[in-house]
Design a protein around this ligand. Sequence first.
Ligand SMILES: Nc1ncnc2c1ncn2[C@@H]1O[C@H](COP(=O)(O)OP(=O)(O)OP(=O)(O)O)[C@@H](O)[C@H]1O
Ligand SMILES: [Mg+2]
Length: 437
Amino acid sequence: MAGGKATILVVDDEVNNRNVMVAQLASEGYELLTAASGEEALELIDRHLPDLILLDVMMPGISGFDVAEILKSEERTAGVPIIMLTALGDSDSRLTALNNGAEEFLTKPVARAELQARIHNLLKLKKCQDRLADQVVSRTNALESANQQVSELRDQLLHSEKLAAIGQLAAGVAHEINNPVGFVNANLGTLKGYVKDILRMMRAYESACCESARDPQVDARLMQLRTELELDYLCDDAPLLIEESLEGLARVCRIVQDLKCFAHVDPNEQWVLADLHECLDSTLNIATNEIKYKAVVVKEYGAIPEVECIPSQINQVFLNILVNAAQAMPENAQGTITVRTRREGETVCIEIADTGCGIEPSALPRIFDPFYTTKPVGKGTGLGLSLSYGIVQRHGGRIEVDSESGRGTTFRIMLPAVRLDIRNEAAAESAVESSAA
Ligand SMILES: Nc1ncnc2c1ncn2[C@@H]1O[C@H](COP(=O)(O)OP(=O)(O)OP(=O)(O)O)[C@@H](O)[C@H]1O
Ligand SMILES: [Mg+2]
């Protein structure tokens, strides 16, 4: 119907009755369908849903009562209004018709004006019902999508709250570790020098012993002690142990540095306008050793504006993602890392795509969690991506990931070209100016 002509189905086994009804209703501007039995009516309704049904009660085969009952029991047809027409004017028949779901019951012969008025009212009511049903559907959809948004926002909030809490913890831990690591590092450096000197002194004693007059007993005792203490091995191993300890400490220092950066405790870093292509190139240079045996790098740089950012932090993000990409390459096979840039309105998009092992769908929600790693102990701390997430978030941007297990991964970093708080301040100022004007 919806603004057009309403369609009325006339169901009557008497051809004359049908013809009279059709002539009358056609002259009133309705579209018409006809059926000579209950069965035919049900078949027709299956293919074409009318807006209203005029239904005779007494028909061979299934009666009008049964047709009404069937139609009202099905969701698709329940809303179509039915007017029952019959020569049976008794109150039982009337009651059965209404109980079976008919909206109206008229006794033949029906006055033309009355039928016209009833049809008009029922169609008006149906229009209102249809509109209400449409509204319910569209409001339900709107509610569902609002609900979805709320649940996404809640997840984001939980994630950033978790990151903030871990950030505070990390800052505390980094601070506590920093001091002892500092003096152990300094002490080990000094010790390295001492051991070198002691070993030098020992060698001098040794050659002095060889040159001077020898007491065979002392010689024998010294020899025995030398064997007992495994002096040769000890002299070789002591500098190696110190070297290894210094390397270990350097790694602890890097983790502490990462934790500090994660917690954003370095106040000296400056916001500047930076050319991200330069940042990417210098980071690719730094990561050359990690990348060159595992992948070729393809650059697809687009035209992008300078971006207001803290370049050392953004470089850290690029480095983490590039190193992850290189580490995702299968053994003994060269992959490809594609670095793309483009502008999307006020946003600059940097894409780093690899042809590596990809990430299992079940692991995807966890990769930004601090300390989540699938790498062997000593190879990954699991802080790279959580650090990167925090940095990009503080820059008012976001990171997206697409990954297909076994095929590769694409990280997309979206950064606003202009610092958001500055843009908001500028907008507020111009609003104040225009209101003052
Ligand atoms: N490009 C990638 N391809 C496949 N898996 C990846 C990729 N990038 C990240 N991952 C997965 O996400 C995990 C977390 O990465 P993240 O950089 O945070 O830590 P990590 O690389 O394990 O350690 P590190 O602290 O040294 O960076 C990785 O261990 C790996 O499982
Ligand atoms: Mg990493």
